[in-house]
Design a protein. Structure first.
Length: 505
């Protein structure tokens, strides 16, 4: 079974140009006219200045840099400069945090508004970690998932798993999108197995520890400890409180009511995931959720948190597994330059996969990223289901606009490129898939690479970019927004999609 991703749309308002580009070009034309008038009037210096302005405006209007128009870079650059000017590019938490509220969690940047929402499962004892964003009015939860080997499975099993996953996508994008879910993400992180599971298994299960075979295996597992990795997968879901306001009001309108309504949805989502053939480990507890966030900010804490997982809280002072929820945030974090984020004991850099493979690929096309990387990295796919009515309207508008562009190009005798043909076929394919009942998604794929030093980070990023390039992807290091990219790509919070401009009716 093979797939082909559509190319990213390059269509703008008119003939592929956005309104901001058209405005800059028109301003450049006006500057050229002014330059000619000044030259006729004998003002040579002013005419040269106006001509330079004309060239600059036209260049800015037509130039692209790292997959984006220059006009799209303007708000990013302006925001980064304003952040540095106001000192918001550096964060101090821990003992320097401004508060100590029990359910508060001091996080930097766009995640600063998260607070813990107390929630208990239907069994009356299991605590579920719910994060409420005070400004966005959302609630987030994360489900532990365990991967299965798809590469070694035969084609029938692969096809069945893909069919089950497609059905799960339709369920999440229709039934639960109507029930208040606005976004979900799949986060897969590879972290050093500081406890060395193979070594622990040998020590715990060995019967004869004096044999030569045991000594040989002990040496082998001990040598493999520095390179051992474990892979963790989390499905994060985000609910909009406003869409659940009716049920919340009926339940009392309190935080407990919000938790009860969301937990009802979480039970159904976990059942749908299990029916799709995916093994789950339950929704993260507050301490487990906080442990993931904490170890992402401070990788040096990974070993301590892993060892703590084998202890249980007792009266003599033993610490429970995980991390105290209000201590999940970093002690310090800052943006270094334009493309690096420093947090506690590590440096991170997030890459945005701007273009998926445009050639035919198999179901395991992304496996090299998971199997051939030895660095600490997190791969996050953020997806937002589009309502059926809005998706149909967007597709119809896209087809009408492309038809108008085609007529204009024929009149102006402009060349039609192969990429434009591919984009037109992709629109037709999306229209047919929507007619067949499939849910349309907006999505983004982010890869966050973390290393203890800058040279190690540069080396690991080059390795990841090389692997993505071989799979047919175009990966771009996000510049000027690495702090936001870390929250979206490294933390299981299902963030990262900007508002959908042009999608509303």
């Amino acid at each position: 079974m093979q797939f082909q991703f559509p190319p990213r749309s390059t269509r703008g308002a008119v003939l592929g140009f956005a309104w901001s580009q058209i405005a800059l070009v028109m301003a450049g034309v006006i500057a050229a006219v002014v330059a000619l008038n000044l030259l006729v009037a004998g003002h040579r210096g002013a005419a040269i200045a106006a001509l330079v302005a004309c060239v600059l405006l036209v260049t800015l209007g037509l130039l692209r840099f790292k997959g984006r128009r220059v006009t799209e870079w303007a708000p990013v650059v302006a925001g980064a400069l304003l952040q540095r000017q106001t000192g918001q590019n550096e964060y101090r938490g821990g003992p320097y945090a401004p508060n100590g509220v029990q359910r508060w969690m001091d996080l930097p940047g766009p995640a600063a508004a998260y607070v813990w929402l107390p929630a208990t499962a239907v069994d009356g004892t299991t605590q579920i970690g719910l994060l409420r964003h005070r400004r966005e009015k959302t609630v987030t939860a994360a489900l532990v998932c365990y991967g299965a080997n798809l590469i070694l499975a035969d084609r029938d099993v692969q096809a069945q798993r893909l069919t089950d996953w497609a059905q799960l996508l339709n369920i999440l994008g229709s039934e639960y999108a109507d029930a208040g879910m606005i976004r979900w993400s799949v986060t897969s992180r590879a972290v050093p197995d500081t406890g060395n599971a193979a070594q622990r298994f040998l020590v715990n299960r060995a019967v004869d520890t004096s044999s030569a075979a045991y000594r040989s295996l002990a040496q082998l597992t001990a040598a493999a400890a520095p390179a051992a990795q474990r892979h963790e997968i989390y499905l994060s879901v985000v609910f909009d409180i406003a869409r659940l306001s009716g049920e919340i009001a009926q339940a009392g309108g309190t935080d407990a009511a919000i938790a009860a309504v969301v937990l009802d949805r979480l039970t159904g989502i976990e059942s749908a995931v299990v029916e799709a053939g995916i093994t789950t480990g339950g929704w993260l507890s507050p301490r487990a959720y906080a442990a993931i966030i904490r170890t992402q900010f401070d990788p040096d804490d990974q070993e301590v948190v892993d060892l703590r997982a084998s202890t249980a809280p007792t009266e003599n002072g033993s610490t429970a597994a995980g991390v105290e929820p209000r201590l999940a945030g970093p002690v310090a974090a800052r943006t270094v330059g334009w493309n690096t984020y420093q947090h506690d004991s590590a440096f991170s850099r997030t890459l945005w996969v701007a273009q998926m493979p445009r050639q035919l690929v198999t179901a395991t096309w992304l496996s090299p990223l998971y199997m051939r990387t030895t660095c600490r990295r997190t791969v996050t796919l953020v997806a937002q289901p589009v309502p059926a009515a809005v998706a149909q309207l967007a597709t119809r508008r896209e087809k009408v606009s492309r038809a108008g562009d085609e007529v204009t190009k024929r009149r102006l005798r402009l060349v039609r490129t192969a990429r434009e043909d591919d984009e037109a076929r992709a629109v037709e394919q999306i229209d047919r898939e929507q007619a067949a009942g499939h849910v349309r998604y907006r999505y983004a794929l982010l890869v966050t690479v973390t290393a203890p030093t800058m040279p190690d980070l540069d080396r690991d990023v080059r390795s990841v970019k090389r692997i993505l390039s071989r799979t047919g992807c175009e990966a771009i290091v996000l510049a000027g927004e690495q702090d936001q990219a870390f929250a979206a790509g490294a933390l299981p919070l299902a963030r990262g999609l900007k508002p959908a401009r042009g999608w509303s009716a």
